[in-house]
Design a protein around this ligand. Structure first.
Ligand SMILES: Cc1cc2nc3c(=O)[nH]c(=O)nc-3n(C[C@H](O)[C@H](O)[C@H](O)COP(=O)(O)OP(=O)(O)OC[C@H]3O[C@@H](n4cnc5c(N)ncnc54)[C@H](O)[C@@H]3O)c2cc1C
Length: 490
C-alpha cells in the first residue's frame, strides 16, 4: 500500500452521512481497531449485531448468559455436530465472554504461517514490536501464586510429577480482587468488576469519547464496493438499513466475515478461497474426581498452562480450567441417577482442557438463506492428536491423585479462525498482506478470519497485534519496527 497516498486521502472534508470507516463487529479486533483509528483522528461508526451490556447488567445466571451473549443462543454446531462452537454476540464480542488468556505466537506458529503464505512479517522478530506496543497499553498479568485455587495447584503438582513444564497464564485483567474472595468463573458471562480487559472496557469507551458512533442490534448482511465508497447493508431490529463509508473494516470474526463476503456477490465471485482454511483448535474437557473438596469454581478460574516443547511438538495445548454447573452438567458423561451422582461431586472435581492444532483445515459454507455451516470433520490426524491429549491428561489426573478420570466426548471450538485467510495468491487467500480484500482496497480485515492456519496457541493477543498493524496502514503510519522504541512507550 502507498501509505503517503493513504495518508493524503485520509485528511479530507467529511461528506455528510459518510464515515471514514465503518467497523463491522466490536470484538477483539473491531474494538481495538476502533480505539486505534479514532486515536488517529478518523471518524468511525461501529456496527454490532448483538446487544450492549455492562458490568451492572450482565445476565444474572449461567443459562441467561449463554442465551443472551452468544450466537445461536449458546452453541452452534459443526456440520457433523462433532464440534460445538461458541462465539460472542454482544458489544465487545467474544472479548466479553472469553477466558482472556494471552499468548504471543512462537516460532512454530509464525514459521508455519510464513512457510504457507510467503508473508515476511509473519515472524517473531517482525511482530514483537506490536506485542510490545500492546504490553504497554493493556492491563494484564499472571494470577499471583498465593491466589491459585486447588484446581491450579493440583495441575502444577501433576505437571511436576510427570516431568512436563508449565507456566502461569497471562490474563488480560486488571484487579480481579482475589484477595477479597472473588470467584472469577462468573466472568465467562461478563465480568461484574470490569477487571477483564474486554474491548467493552478498554477500547470502545476511548473511541466513543473521541466521537465514534455505535449502533447495536445491527446485523450486517452484505457490502457493496462502489470503489470511492462502500455501502454496508443490514438489518437493525427488523428494519433494513444502509450506511456509507470510505472504507469498511470487517471485524465480524471468522463466521461473520465469511458470511458477509459470501453474501456480497460482486466480491464473492472473485474470491475462490472464501470460506477456506477454517480451524478451531478442537478442545475437550477432562475431569479428575477427588475424595476431598477441590472447589475449582472458587477463586481464579484459570492460573496455569502447559509450557512444554514435547507437548507443543505433539500439537497438544493444555490449560487449567473449570466450568459452571450447567456447562459441567452438559459435559459430564451419563444420564439419570449416574449423572446425578457425578453432579453431586461438583465440588470434588478438577479439570484440564486439551486442545489440538487442527489440520487439515475445514470449510465454511453459507446457505442461500444465510445459515453458516462449518464443515470440520475430525481427520485421522486430528484424532491422533486428540488421543495424545487424552493420554496426557489421564496421566496428569492420576499423578495428581484423582480416584477417577472422566472424559467428555463432545468437542468444542472456541477459537474460530480462517474463512478469509491472508495470503499473496488470490486463488489461495482472501485478504492480502496489507489486510485488504484482494482487488478491494476499501474493504479490510485483521481479525480471526484472516488466520491462514491454526497456531495451536491462544489467538487474541495476535488478533490485537495484527489489528494494530492494520490500523497503522489505514492511518498512513509506518509499520512499527524493532527500533521504533518511541511507539512502544507512547
Ligand atoms: C468461551 C471462550 C473462551 C475463549 N478464551 C480465549 C482465551 O482465553 N484466549 C484467547 O486468545 N482466545 C480465547 N477465545 C477466542 C477469542 O475470544 C476469539 O478468537 C476472538 O474473540 C476473535 O476475535 P474477533 O475480533 O475475530 O471476533 P469476536 O471477538 O468474536 O468479534 C466479532 C464480533 O462481530 C459481531 N458480528 C458478527 N457478525 C456480525 C454481523 N453480520 N454484523 C454485525 N456484527 C457482527 C459479533 O457479534 C462479535 O461481537 C475464547 C473464545 C470463547 C468463546
Amino acid at each position: 500500500m502507498d501509505t503517503t497516498e493513504q495518508s493524503r486521502s485520509f485528511h479530507h472534508e467529511k461528506a455528510p452521512g459518510m464515515h471514514d470507516f465503518v467497523i463491522i463487529g466490536s470484538g477483539v479486533s473491531g474494538g481495538r481497531m476502533a480505539d486505534e483509528l479514532t486515536a488517529g483522528g478518523a471518524s468511525c461508526l461501529l456496527l454490532e449485531a448483538g446487544k450492549a451490556f455492562d458490568r451492572k447488567r450482565f445476565p444474572p445466571n449461567e443459562y441467561r448468559a449463554s442465551s443472551s451473549l452468544f450466537w445461536g443462543g449458546g452453541i452452534e454446531f459443526s456440520k457433523d455436530a462433532r464440534l460445538g462452537f461458541l462465539r460472542g454476540k454482544c458489544l465487545g464480542g467474544t472479548s466479553v465472554v472469553n477466558q482472556a488468556d494471552l499468548d504471543r505466537f512462537d516460532d512454530v506458529a509464525w514459521n508455519a504461517w510464513r512457510d504457507q503464505t510467503g508473508i515476511e512479517f509473519f515472524q517473531v522478530s517482525q511482530m514483537a514490536p506490536y506485542y510490545d506496543y500492546l504490553d504497554a497499553s493493556v492491563a494484564k498479568g499472571p494470577i499471583p501464586i498465593e491466589h491459585y485455587n486447588r484446581n491450579a495447584r493440583l495441575f502444577t503438582q501433576a505437571f511436576d510429577q510427570c516431568g512436563y513444564h508449565w507456566k502461569p497464564l497471562i490474563r488480560s485483567q486488571d484487579d480481579c480482587r482475589h484477595d477479597r474472595g472473588s470467584d472469577c468463573i462468573v466472568c465467562l458471562g461478563g465480568c461484574p468488576r470490569d477487571a477483564k480487559q474486554s474491548t467493552l472496557v478498554q477500547c470502545i469507551p476511548n473511541a466513543r469519547a473521541r466521537g465514534m458512533e455505535v449502533e447495536i442490534d445491527f446485523e450486517v448482511d452484505h457490502i457493496e464496493d462502489k470503489r470511492d465508497h462502500v455501502l454496508i447493508a443490514g438489518k437493525q431490529r427488523g428494519q433494513e438499513k444502509i450506511v456509507k463509508a470510505r472504507r469498511a473494516v470487517l471485524a465480524a470474526g471468522c463466521f461473520g466475515n465469511t458470511r458477509i463476503l459470501k453474501r456480497s456477490s460482486d466480491l464473492a465471485c472473485k474470491l475462490p478461497a472464501l470460506g477456506k482454511n477454517f480451524c478451531c483448535h478442537p478442545q475437550f474437557m477432562t475431569f479428575g474426581v477427588y475424595d476431598e473438596p477441590v472447589d475449582a469454581h472458587k477463586g481464579p478460574l484459570q492460573s496455569v498452562q502447559a509450557h512444554d516443547g514435547k507437548l507443543r511438538s505433539l500439537g497438544v495445548k493444555l490449560e487449567n480450567v473449570f466450568a459452571g454447573p450447567i456447562a459441567t452438567a452438559m459435559l459430564l458423561p451419563g444420564t439419570g441417577i449416574d449423572h446425578l451422582k457425578l453432579m453431586r461431586q461438583y465440588r470434588y472435581l478438577t479439570s484440564i482442557e486439551y486442545a489440538t492444532m487442527d489440520e487439515p483445515l475445514g470449510t465454511i459454507h453459507v446457505t442461500s438463506s444465510g445459515k453458516v455451516i462449518a464443515d470440520k470433520p475430525l481427520s485421522a490426524a486430528d484424532k491422533e492428536k486428540l488421543q495424545r491429549g487424552y493420554n496426557v491428561t489421564t496421566e496428569l489426573h492420576h499423578a495428581a491423585g484423582a480416584k477417577q478420570v472422566l472424559h467428555c466426548d463432545q468437542g468444542f471450538g472456541l477459537h474460530l479462525m480462517g474463512g478469509c485467510p491472508m495470503g499473496q495468491d488470490g486463488s489461495q487467500s482472501v485478504v492480502n498482506p496489507d489486510f485488504e480484500v484482494h482487488d478491494h482496497p476499501n474493504v479490510l480485515a485483521a481479525d480471526s478470519s484472516i488466520f491462514p492456519r491454526a497456531p495451536g496457541l491462544n489467538p487474541s493477543w495476535t488478533i490485537m497485534a495484527l489489528t494494530v498493524r492494520a490500523s497503522r496502514h489505514l492511518l498512513g503510519k509506518p509499520d512499527i519496527t524493532p527500533s521504533s522504541k518511541e511507539v512502544v512507550t507512547s
